[in-house]
Design a protein around this ligand. Structure first.
Ligand code: NAI
Ligand SMILES: N[C@@H](CC=O)C(=O)O
Length: 353
């Protein structure tokens, strides 16, 4: 295997399910020149350089401190010789809010967290401008690394306007739709999906359509289209009475969820026998996400498991859309997407030197 040689100084924020999977990959495969300089979760901070043998379990030996300001370790990343990179494997708005600042300061950012890229229109220009100063690795945010964002970026750079995007963008809702189609209960399917690491930390983010809506905004922005969350019509599968409960109480309310999801299935638009949670965006800005009943011949009706499919219509891809399909969620594929963005940063910066 040919390995990038540029040295990276890495800080990882959010060593949860995705973060740990990436740390394991880094411990096993990172070039010797890559250093882990900081790991932080919501309350703890471990400063580095951390011994490689401890990367996969950075808090195991209690050599950490309470997390206070991030500015110190960011300054330290910038002072070191290596290329400074922040990895955001959290789902936190606070961490997402720091992306633009880091990029503007010269810290490259690699993220699985979608919140920054799906920010309100008022914040978007600042983030976009900052991402021209440093590299912004967002491959993991849509399709868990399927090569869709790269394709949209290349179409945009080639001057090929996107007219329509349609797809199944959620791995967990794809698997849920499949389960519901064969008569399984929503709560039962959800439990398995959570256990397998396919849902968001709070699965209501998936069930409520917000995660899919964020992904559609990210796709639109990468295609050069103007879309923000408030312009989207979102059909939620979360009953109102469960929306504000604590996560534990929500997870104990399976019967209420099952009744509500069954009603959503009955009311879903369309007449086919396949269920899918579909995202649609037209070039005039109309955009919606919601549960649909699809006919046998619909390309989105053929998915199984956590499968995603994204179809992009442009002038050249008018008769048959450009289609990208594959697993759209999962810890290992998501960690691989983050890893690929790190390699890309390492190689690009080396070429520029
Ligand atoms: N599971 C999947 O298939 C995919 C997940 N993602 C994204 O990956 C991200 C992480 O997901 P999971 O690992 O499942 O979540 P998780 O809940 O297992 O881990 C989140 C981590 O973030 C930390 N955290 C929370 N608030 C924080 C804060 N303010 N500052 C620092 N750390 C904080 C938590 O302590 C935890 O270590 C999410 O943004 C998710 O949308 C993206 C693509 C696919
Ligand atoms: N919860 C998400 C994971 C990836 O973003 C999904 O189900 O697709």
């Amino acid at each position: 295997m040919s390995r990038p040689e540029s040295s990276l100084s890495i800080a990882l924020v959010g060593p949860g399910r995705v973060g740990r999977s990436l740390l394991e990959r880094l411990q096993a495969h990172a070039p010797e020149t890559w250093q882990l300089m900081a790991v932080a979760d919501s309350t703890r901070l471990r400063r580095g350089p951390i011994e490689r043998s401890e990367w996969a379990q950075p808090f195991a030996d209690e050599a950490f401190q309470p997390r206070a300001s991030d500015r110190d370790w960011q300054d330290e990343l910038l002072r070191r010789d290596g290329i400074p990179v922040l990895i955001d494997a959290s789902a936190s708005a606070e961490v997402a809010d720091a992306h633009a600042d880091c990029l503007a300061r010269g810290i490259h950012v690699v993220t699985a967290n979608k919140l920054a890229m799906a920010c309100p229109s008022s914040d978007w220009e600042r983030l976009r401008a900052a991402s021209e100063r440093s590299m912004y690795g967002i491959s993991a945010t849509v399709g868990a690394g399927l090569p869709v964002l790269d394709s949209l970026r290349e179409l945009r750079r080639a001057g090929e306007p996107v007219r329509r995007i349609r797809g199944v963008l959620s791995g967990s809702l794809s698997a849920l739709s499949e389960g519901l189609s064969v008569g399984r209960r929503a709560s039962e399917v959800l439990e398995t999906l959570r256990r397998d690491g396919l849902t968001e930390p709070d699965p209501r983010t998936d069930l409520g359509g917000l995660d899919v809506a964020r992904k559609l905004v990210i796709l639109a922005r990468e295609a050069g289209l103007d879309l923000s969350l408030d312009a989207l019509v979102v059909d939620s599968l979360v009953p109102e009475e469960l929306a504000a409960l604590s996560l534990d109480s929500f997870l104990r309310s399976g019967a209420v969820l099952d009744r509500h999801v069954a009603q959503c299935v009955d009311r879903a638009p369309g007449s086919g026998r396949h269920l899918a949670y579909v995202a649609e965006l037209e070039v005039d800005g109309r955009a919606c996400v919601g549960l649909r009943r699809l006919d046998d011949g619909d390309s989105l009706a053929q998915l199984s498991g956590q499968g995603n499919r994204i179809e992009v219509t442009t002038e050249c891809y008018a008769a048959a859309p450009l289609s990208i399909e594959g697993p759209g969620a999962g810890l290992e594929v998501t960690a691989l997407a983050l890893w690929r963005d790190l390699v890309r940063i390492s190689e690009s910066v080396r070429r520029c030197r």
